[in-house]
Design a protein around this ligand. Structure first.
Ligand code: GLY
Length: 239
């Protein structure tokens, strides 16, 4: 029996979405991505492939804090995290604090078939090398200027003012996520983030844990918000 596909995407929660012009621009970006990924599902694409496709498109959109447009950490570097959960296979894979690539979700995808399915820092960099991923600088002028502003204030903020649009400098958070149900009734979830910004080196995001990204044979969850709060509740896995 063929199931009508279902798709949920998000570009991160936060006050940034309440801006007027900003809200429209963010909606337009999300609508375009939903259209592409939903068409893929309607053409028989699998839930796992669909969430990877959606996450890549969101990682490529500099409005969102994932992939290109990620926020800078306390030392001025970008380190990104992402994970993929196949609800049918009940397999989670993730990458923590990976740098200088375009699509962190692709590393999580590659790890689905590995014995070691969650890699961080040096291991993640080694995996990127093995996968022969091209070097990509995810830094945008906006994120750099935000970090420079924080530097002027001697980093008095506990996290970056992650904006989805330039005029809303007070907005926070911005992880991206995709949950899909395909025509075969299979569910998958993908989440990707640049973190919360200004964090200590080595901080681990919920987005690369089952707390922030999880799926079963019947449901999927991709979380957005402050990772520590999400981890405290082990939110996504509670389903
Ligand atoms: N939810 C993204 C993060 O806190 O890293």
């Amino acid at each position: 029996m063929t199931v009508q596909p279902k798709l949920i995407i998000h570009g991160g929660a936060g006050s940034s979405l309440q801006g007027k012009g900003g809200l429209m621009a963010v909606r337009e970006s999300l609508h375009k991505i939903v259209a592409v990924v939903y068409a893929f599902l309607e053409n028989g694409g699998s839930a796992v492939e669909a969430v990877i496709l959606g996450a890549q498109l969101l990682e490529d959109d500099p409005r969102f804090n994932a992939g290109t447009g990620s926020v800078l950490q306390s030392d001025g570097q970008i380190r990104m995290s992402a994970s993929l959960m196949d609800g049918t296979a009940q397999k989670f894979s993730g990458v923590i604090n990976v740098a200088r690539i375009q699509h962190p979700i692709q590393v999580a995808q590659a790890l689905q078939t590995e014995t070691d399915r969650v890699l961080s820092d040096f291991g993640a960099a080694e995996m990127v090398r093995e996968l022969q991923m091209p070097i990509h600088n995810p830094l945008t002028d906006l994120r750099l200027s935000e970090w420079m502003e924080e530097r002027k204030g001697n980093f008095s903020s506990s996290m970056a003012g992650v904006v989805a649009e330039e005029e809303m400098a007070s907005a926070r958070r911005g992880t991206i996520g995709v949950v899909a149900l395909d025509q075969n009734g299979k569910v998958a979830a993908a989440t990707s983030t640049g973190g919360k910004g200004l964090e200590r080196i080595g901080r681990v995001s919920d987005s690369a844990m089952p707390a922030g990204n999880y799926a079963t044979s019947v449901a999927g969850v991709s979380c957005t918000g402050i990772g520590e709060d999400i981890i405290d509740e082990c939110l996504a896995a509670k389903l």
